[in-house]
Design a protein around this ligand. Structure first.
Ligand SMILES: Cc1ncc(COP(=O)(O)O)c(C=O)c1O
Length: 460
């Protein structure tokens, strides 16, 4: 039943000259505008000058711009060409194994030197910091994919980097730490004793696995208290999503080469950046009338879109960031220590939250065991070993392909293969040796975390 499509290549490659030279900003096309980030002290929109204390001005400008297209600087293009355009591949062996009439295409972001999509924005952010004369950056990392990407990007532009790595991942993924060190960065486990916020958390919760919310607090504190240092974030904010749209823009050109258009576009969601990267260019088509489904996939242990509330909340645990309009489980929520470290974030990008609230996309959640099962099937058919985060997208792809088989319907599925899992084999080991379990998140835990947000401004 799978389609042979003779003549259609397994790998659909774009020439370097066709790599996009502009990023796509969905703010220009949103039916309802994004609510602004608020200053928690005044309840008023944040003054851009305050943001300039933590980010270079060019990045603050990108955070706010309403321009539809933003030019990619030539030096960034040069660096991106190291691994871009990335291939669009057809997962024919998986189609065979599932005996499905669905065609499964994936945008392979695992081919970057750091192994994931995160390098797309890391290069751009390091470049803008360099242009602004910044000599040091502080950041957090969950699974280590972002930290290692930024380590390489900082090395490219001669900037020092300190990475606060969520403690559980620091333990689970020692090779990511080594990769960061190889590319010249300093990496410590978070909570650490290097910041006031880290010391406070360690006093209150000495055994905490850590969380992205805690690590962000430490990195922001470091940036505002250290000379000539700025902060960089690997997801969530508008400029990060903007830089990632190169994924979907390339995918549109590659789908056109084989004369196809996706019926459904799928991505896993942590803070929302790889999802937005692949989905927003297609969402633009949808806003202008095209019939395409857009599906975000999150872990059942950290179900921000599917069980969170749409409200203003801090981006970090200790309230150092502005209040962001987003789906959130509450900034005090410390997600259980599942292996997909990059998806353990209490909030969701404001832009993704907006389009979800407006019914322009769907969301679903998947349990950890189902994800690993999907990842193993993928590895045994397609060969490549996916990152634990990426297996969430794969699990949803398999469900869609099985549905197509049951309904006897053709369907083109496109998803973002956000990273490889070759440095995440500890998770595969835990799964294969039967040590992993699902986690049913009790509603009481979400309600309790959200109590801390009771007095925050409501969204209009
Ligand atoms: C391979 C991979 N995929 C997905 C994610 C989730 O991040 P985001 O939602 O910003 O794409 C991460 C985060 O670390 C990651 O490493």
């Amino acid at each position: 039943m799978p389609h042979a499509d003779p003549g259609e290549p397994h790998k659909i490659n774009l020439p370097e000259a066709d790599m996009p030279r502009e990023w796509y900003n969905i703010q220009a096309d949103l039916p309802k505008p994004l609510s602004p980030p608020l200053d928690p002290r005044t309840g008023q929109p944040v003054d851009p000058a305050a943001l300039a204390r933590i980010f270079p001005e060019a990045i603050v400008a990108q955070e706010m711009t309403m321009e539809r297209w933003v030019g990619i600087p030539e030096e960034v293009v040069e660096r991106l060409l190291l691994f871009r355009p990335t291939p669009l591949r057809r997962a024919r062996a998986l189609e065979q194994a599932l005996n499905t009439p669905a065609r499964i295409y994936y945008k392979d972001e695992s081919v970057s030197p750091a192994g994931s999509h995160k390098l797309n924005t890391a290069i751009a952010q390091a470049y803008y910091n360099k242009q602004a004369g910044i000599t040091r950056i502080a950041t957090e990392t969950g699974a280590g994919q972002w930290g290692s990407s930024l380590a390489l990007a900082c090395q490219m532009f001669g900037i020092k980097l300190k990475v606060y790595m969520v403690r559980i991942s620091f333990k689970q993924k020692p090779f990511r730490k080594l990769l960061m060190q190889t590319w010249g960065a300093e990496c410590v486990a978070s909570p650490s004793t290097d910041t006031a916020c880290g010391r406070k958390v360690l006093e209150e919760m000495p055994d905490t696995p850590g969380s992205l919310g805690i690590a962000i607090s430490e990195a922001v504190e470091d940036a505002v208290t250290t000379e000539n240092t700025r902060y960089a974030l690997g997801s969530v904010l508008n400029h990060v999503l903007l830089h990632q749209t190169i994924i979907g823009l390339e995918a549109q050109k590659q789908m056109a080469i084989v004369n196809r258009y996706p019926d459904v576009v799928i991505g896993c969601c942590g803070g929302g950046s790889n999802f937005a990267g692949i989905a927003f260019p297609f969402l633009r088509d949808k806003i202008h009338g095209k019939n395409v489904r857009i599906l975000g996939v999150e872990p059942a242990a950290c179900p921000t879109l599917t069980r969170g509330e749409f409200a203003y909340d801090f981006g970090d645990l200790s309230g150092m960031t502005p209040l962001l309009p987003m789906f959130t489980l509450g900034h005090r929520f410390v997600p259980p220590a599942v292996h997909a470290g990059g998806l353990r974030y209490h909030g969701m990008a404001p832009l993704v939250s907006r389009v979800y609230a407006d019914g322009l996309m769907e969301a679903t959640s998947v349990q950890q065991l189902a994800c690993y099962e999907a990842g193993i099937l993928w590895a045994r058919t397609e060969g490549f070993v996916p990152a634990p985060e990426t297996t969430h997208a794969i699990a949803a792809v398999i469900q869609e392909a099985e549905k197509a088989r049951e309904e006897g319907r053709e369907k083109n599925i496109l998803f973002c293969y956000s990273g490889h899992g070759l440095l995440d084999l500890a998770g595969y080991d835990a799964y294969l040796s039967g040590k992993l379990a699902n986690y049913e998140l009790p509603q009481a835990e979400i309600d309790k975390a959200l109590e801390a947000n009771a007095g925050f401004p409501k969204l209009p």
